[in-house]
Design a protein around this ligand. Structure first.
Ligand code: AFD
Ligand code: MN
Ligand code: MN
Length: 388
C-alpha cells in the first residue's frame, strides 16, 4: 500500500515548467486565431507563467524561446521573473524560421548557414549564463523532402560537429537536451527522427547531453513508456515536452487525449526514481492553445500531469513486484489499473491546502477575474505569437 504522506510530499515538490510560447497567439498552418489578453512581450509571458504557478503551486519556472522572447537585458527579465515568484527555465533556440534554413540549419549543405545556426546556439548558451538556466532545449527541424536531396550520412556528420561545438561551450551546471521528432516539417527524412538517434548523439557527446522526449513526436501507437523506462535506466532522460495528440504533433493539453498513456509514462518515472530531483528529469510542457484560452488551458495541463503523477505514486509497488515475480499477469496488471482507477482529486485538494492555495485551481482562476483584468490592460500593442 502506498504511503499517503510520502505521496503528498512528492506531489508538493513536483515541478512542472510551462512554455513561454503557450501564452502567445498560435494556430495551425491554416490560421492563427488571435485572442484577447495575450501577452505582448517576454515580461508579460513571465507574468502569465507566474499566474499559472500562483494557482497551481507546482509550476515555478517558464521556458523561453529565442528570438521569440528576445529582450535587451536577460538579467532584468530574470529579476522580473523572481519578483513575480518564478524562475526562467530551459532556453529553446530557434533555427527553423529563417529563409536561410530552407535546407536545414546545422545540417545545411552550406557551411556559412551551418555557422549562422551554430552562432545562434552558442548565443543561447550565453543567455543561459545570464538567466541561470540549466537546460538548452535543442529541437532541429532539419531534414530532407526527397530521396537523393542530400547525404543522410553527411547530415549526421554536420549535426555531430555542431552538437560537439555546443557541448564544449556548456558550463559545469548546464546540459543540452536533444529532442527528436519523427516527422514535419521535413517529409522524407528528419535528421533527429527518433529517440535512438538522439541517444546515440548524446552518448557520443558526454554526460551533459540527454534525450528530450516530446510526447507528440512519435509514430501513432509507439510505446512511449518503454522509451522513458529505457532512457531513465541509462541515465539519459533529460526530460519531457508534454502535450497530447489525436493524430500528429497536435500540441494539445497534455492528458486530454490519452490520460492512461500519461499515467503509464509517470508509472515508469516513479518506478525508475525519475521523480527525485537528483534524477534531473525536467517535466516541461510544450503546447499551443489555438482555440482555448491560454492560462486556464495551462492550469488544466498542470493538473492533468499532477493527477497522472498522483495515480502513479499510488501503485502498490510491493504487490506489483510480487505479482511480477510470480508471473501473475492479472494481479500485476491490476496493480496499475487499480491505481489508475483511483480518483486522486481529493488527495490533490489536500496537497493544495498544504501549499496554501485554493484546492480548485480552475474554479479559483475563473472566480479571480484575472482574465478580465489582462484583457483590458493588454488592449492594443502587438500580441506575441510564434513568428510564423
Ligand atoms: C514545435 C516542435 C518541437 C519544439 C517546439 C518548440 O515540434 O516540439 O520543441 O516547437 O520549439 O512544437
Ligand atoms: Mn517539443
Ligand atoms: Mn512538437
Amino acid at each position: 500500500m502506498a504511503d499517503t504522506a510520502a505521496v503528498k510530499a512528492a506531489l508538493r515538490t513536483q515541478h512542472i515548467e510551462t512554455p513561454s510560447w503557450a501564452y502567445g497567439n498560435s494556430g495551425t498552418r491554416f490560421k492563427v486565431f488571435a485572442q484577447e489578453g495575450v501577452p505582448r512581450d517576454a515580461f508579460e509571458k513571465v507574468d502569465d507563467a507566474a499566474t499559472v504557478h500562483r494557482f497551481t503551486g507546482v509550476a515555478p519556472s517558464v521556458a523561453l524561446h529565442i528570438p521569440w522572447d528576445r529582450v535587451d537585458d536577460y538579467g532584468a527579465l530574470a529579476k522580473h521573473a523572481d519578483e513575480v515568484g518564478i524562475a526562467l527555465g530551459a532556453i529553446n533556440p530557434n533555427v527553423f524560421q529563417e529563409d536561410d534554413y530552407r535546407l536545414g540549419s546545422v545540417c545545411n549543405p552550406d557551411e556559412a548557414i551551418r555557422r549562422k545556426a551554430l552562432d545562434h546556439l552558442l548565443e543561447c548558451v550565453d543567455i543561459m549564463d545570464v538567466t541561470g538556466s540549466k537546460d538548452l532545449s535543442l529541437w532541429f527541424a532539419d531534414g530532407t523532402n526527397y530521396p537523393g536531396q542530400d547525404s543522410i550520412r553527411g547530415r549526421q556528420e554536420r549535426l555531430s560537429e555542431a552538437l560537439h561545438r555546443v557541448y564544449e561551450r556548456l558550463g559545469d551546471n548546464q546540459r543540452m537536451l536533444v529532442e527528436y521528432k519523427l516527422f514535419e516539417p521535413a517529409f522524407y527524412t528528419m535528421d533527429v527522427p527518433d529517440w535512438g538517434t538522439s541517444y546515440a548523439h548524446c552518448v557520443d557527446l558526454g554526460p551533459k547531453a540527454k534525450v528530450l522526449v516530446d510526447t507528440g513526436h512519435h509514430a501513432p501507437g509507439t510505446n512511449i513508456e518503454f522509451i522513458v523506462a529505457f532512457l531513465l535506466h541509462r541515465d539519459r532522460l533529460g526530460g519531457f515536452h508534454f502535450n497530447s495528440r489525436f493524430y500528429a504533433d497536435d500540441d494539445l493539453m497534455v492528458g486530454a487525449a490519452d490520460p492512461y498513456q500519461l499515467f503509464r509514462i509517470m508509472v515508469e518515472i516513479v518506478l525508475g526514481g525519475g521523480l527525485d530531483a537528483s534524477a534531473g528529469v525536467a517535466f516541461m510542457l510544450d503546447q499551443c492553445h489555438n482555440i482555448e484560452p491560454k492560462i486556464p488551458a495551462l492550469i488544466r495541463s498542470v493538473l492533468n500531469v499532477q493527477e497522472a503523477t498522483a495515480k502513479a505514486l499510488l501503485v502498490d509497488q510491493d504487490a506489483l513486484r510480487t505479482a511480477q515475480q510470480n508471473g501473475d499477469v492479472l494481479e500485476a496488471n491490476a496493480a496499475l489499473t487499480d491505481a489508475f482507477a483511483t480518483d486522486v482529486r481529493p488527495l490533490l485538494a489536500e496537497v493544495r491546502e498544504d501549499l496554501g492555495i485554493d484546492p480548485d485551481p480552475m474554479g479559483a482562476y475563473r472566480r479571480s477575474g484575472h482574465f478580465d483584468k489582462i484583457r483590458v490592460e493588454r488592449a492594443g500593442g502587438a500580441a506575441a505569437g510564434w513568428g510564423a
